[in-house]
Design a protein around this ligand. Structure first.
Ligand code: HEC
Length: 157
């Protein structure tokens, strides 16, 4: 009898530990959901780093840091909260309904890559909200030098 209760206490402890670590894992998963979705749905075309000279000719779309640079540069608002809201709304709309007239990227980007295809069929607005929040908070990196990247993209020195 004594032995059984010892085992059941062990089992209970193991169960508690397991459920604890599971719920901690869930929290991380929710926070990282936007990042995870970006790598699943956007990163095939938008790379997450500054392109090397070797990569530059093979890009399918502007690097995501360049995209966010232009979105933040192009959207005007009276205060940071308003700007964030507008930028996230812009990204959520553009990915479903891309259009030349809405573009905040430079004309040469569209000339080179063409207009982005609509991802209406493969990403939902809810997923896009998570992605757009993640992107807004993490790009462009503070040390990004736009002109230098632009020259690399065009193959200039
Ligand atoms: C099949 C390739 C492809 C995928 C996948 C893709 N994009 Fe794009 N995206 C492009 C291209 C090409 C451009 C540049 C032309 C343009 O702006 O329309 C672009 C431009 C953009 C722009 C800038 C719009 C502007 O012109 O101001 C945003 C924002 C954007 N993408 C967000 C996303 C997000 C978020 C995802 C993932 C949900 C994603 N893209 C997935 C190809 C892609």
């Amino acid at each position: 009898m004594k032995k059984i209760s010892f085992i059941s206490i062990l089992a209970l402890l193991a169960f508690l530990l397991a459920s604890c670590s599971q719920s901690a894992g869930k929290k991380v998963a929710t926070t990282n959901k936007g990042k995870e979705l970006f790598y699943k749905k956007c990163n095939v075309c938008h790379i997450d780093s500054r392109p090397t000279k070797e990569q530059a000719p093979y890009l399918l779309a502007p690097p995501i840091m360049g995209v966010l640079y232009h979105v933040k540069d192009g959207i005007k608002a009276d205060n940071p909260a308003e700007k964030r809201k507008k930028a996230i709304a812009f990204i959520m709309d553009y990915v479903h309904n891309p259009d030349k007239s809405k573009s905040l990227c430079e004309a040469h980007a569209i000339k080179r890559f063409g207009i982005m295809p609509s991802l209406k069929a493969s990403v939902t607005q809810e997923e896009l909200r998570l992605i757009a929040n993640y992107l807004y908070d993490n790009y462009p990196p503070a040390d990004m030098k736009h002109e230098k990247m632009d020259k690399d993209m065009k193959g200039e020195d």
